[in-house]
Design a protein around this ligand. Structure first.
Ligand code: ZN
Length: 270
């Protein structure tokens, strides 16, 4: 599944090609995504100029004077820049054809992605209750400390809750908890301010490193410029249940926390 770093990598890959470009047409070959593509979308976008490409959580927002196109990549979606004349391949569901001969092409084998039209502003129910961006100014240890008081939920579930902070997927939660030395099972309300400062710093660092490497999580991920993502980052714990801890050699333990596989070191994480 494309995680925040893959979506941000896609944004950075697309933006130089998309921003400033005028949309000639939107071709929808398959409207049946997670929600139906709005029938009015092609007419709303045709003739508009893309003034910016932003990201909120895992949503891409293509800005125009008339409103914003909001795209989610779902489980298997990708957006790439192609010459508009390139014949569509299987699962190439939507083209945003730009003046000058390029198109933004959306491919999604599993069709869990979505296209929404936001006429003016960012108002959309899907964006209404999201926590701060993990790489933005509103996210820090004090934020985590404040919201966690009185909470018994395991800290791993807490930091993966998009109402607390967006974009901390399973891999990034597992890695940052290891680096902070915090057990994923510990109740969120039983962690002090200094440890949350450390955790917030590691969340930022792990996501920043993943973005710098073009995303780490999905084997067949393709960045906005067509280059594949890859597992370049050495993982400390994620996906390594039963293997020795890279720091102390203790076999890593695997438990399910909030329905997600969670790997951690009982010696290094308390
Ligand atoms: Zn260890």
């Amino acid at each position: 599944m494309p995680e925040l770093p893959e979506v941000e990598t896609t944004r950075r890959g697309l933006a130089p090609h998309a921003v400033g470009g005028r949309i000639l047409a939107v071709t929808v070959r398959e409207p049946r995504l997670r929600w139906p593509v709005p029938p009015a979308l092609p007419a709303a976008l045709a003739g508009q100029r893309i003034s910016g490409v932003d990201r909120r959580a895992k949503y891409l927002l293509f800005r125009t004077a008339a409103g914003s196109l909001m795209v989610h990549l779902g489980m298997s979606g990708s957006l790439r820049v192609v010459p508009a004349a390139t014949p569509p391949a299987a699962h190439d569901h939507i083209d945003i054809v730009l003046e000058g001969g390029l198109a933004l092409r959306y491919n999604d084998p599993r069709r869990f992605g979505s296209f929404h039209w936001l006429p003016g502003g960012d108002g959309h129910p899907l964006l209404a209750h999201l926590g701060p961006e993990p790489l933005g100014d509103a996210f820090d240890g004090a934020h985590l400390y404040r919201l966690s008081r009185g909470r018994r939920a395991p800290v791993k579930a807490f930091i993966m809750d998009a109402r607390i902070v967006v974009g901390v997927g399973n891999i990034y939660a597992a890695e940052s908890l290891f680096l902070a030395g915090i057990s994923p099972l510990r109740g969120a309300g039983r962690i002090g301010a200094a440890r949350y400062d450390a955790l917030a710093g590691h969340i930022r660092a792990v996501l920043t490193a993943a973005i710098a490497q073009g995303g780490t999580t999905l084997r067949d991920f393709v960045g906005g410029d067509g280059r594949p993502g890859y597992f370049a980052q050495q993982l400390w714990v994620y996906g390594r249940g039963g293997q020795p801890c890279r720091r102390c050699g203790t076999p890593l333990r695997e438990r399910r926390i909030a329905q997600r596989a969670s790997v951690y070191c009982v010696a290094c994480q308390r």
